[in-house]
Design a protein around this ligand. Structure first.
Ligand SMILES: Cc1cc2nc3c(=O)[nH]c(=O)nc-3n(C[C@H](O)[C@H](O)[C@H](O)COP(=O)(O)O)c2cc1C
Length: 187
């Protein structure tokens, strides 16, 4: 029920999704991953019209692995979004214009377990390629999970200050690799 309104909005939005986004070639992507993730952040989403969730991320990687274009994400065990990343093969990483920063703050501070934060954010879910993104994004990576999640092994920290600083409650992140299957940009 919680997601009925969101799903309806997304379904209606889905009718013209090909007008909202256009696919671009991977090699024509113009982005600086350091500025993009660290300063602008992104939204990680997974699920379908029936049930989905999204959260803000600021850690991650973009690169090449197994000869494939790959994103790496780091998801703490308590995130509701983790349940969706684990359950579904597809996920998206979406990047937004500055005007939507408040929505990213919201999706990064409330849990989808506690209510419909996506409706509250006023972002419009866009169901595409069997997963979910948002119409307001300027760029969407549509990803297929290749590996994960494997939890960071605390015994492998070379600099133990990182462990105590970032994981005081020992909620070590799970790592996932996803192949970037398509890059969509707002038309
Ligand atoms: C700027 C920013 C970056 C974040 N990056 C991550 C991240 O990379 N990994 C993570 O697990 N949580 C990250 N978070 C925290 C989650 O977004 C936050 O806990 C969210 O409420 C989880 O929602 P959920 O329970 O609905 O999945 C970040 C939050 C903010 C504000």
């Amino acid at each position: 029920m919680i997601y009925l309104f969101g799903a309806l909005r997304g379904f209606l939005g889905g009718e013209n999704i090909n007008m909202v986004f256009r696919e671009i070639e991977l090699k024509s992507l113009m982005t600086n991953p350091f500025a993009t993730l660290n300063d602008d952040w992104a939204i990680l989403s997974a699920g379908t019209e029936k049930d989905f969730n999204a959260m803000t991320i600021g850690w991650g990687g973009m690169g090449v692995l197994w000869h494939k274009p790959v994103v790496t994400i780091f998801v703490r065990p308590q995130r509701y979004t983790k349940e969706f990343i684990d359950r579904f093969e597809m996920f998206t990483v979406s990047f937004f214009p500055q005007e939507h920063k408040n929505a990213l703050v919201l999706l990064g501070s409330k849990s989808g377990r506690e209510g419909d934060k996506i409706a509250e954010s006023a972002l419009t879910p866009a169901f595409i390629d069997g997963t979910v993104a948002f119409e307001e994004a300027h760029t969407v990576f549509v990803c297929r999970k290749l590996f994960g999640g494997q939890q960071l092994d605390a015994s492998k920290f070379v600099d133990s200050a990182l462990d105590s600083r970032f994981y005081p409650t020992k909620d070590y992140s799970f790592i996932y690799f996803g192949e970037i299957e398509r890059i969509l940009q707002h038309s």
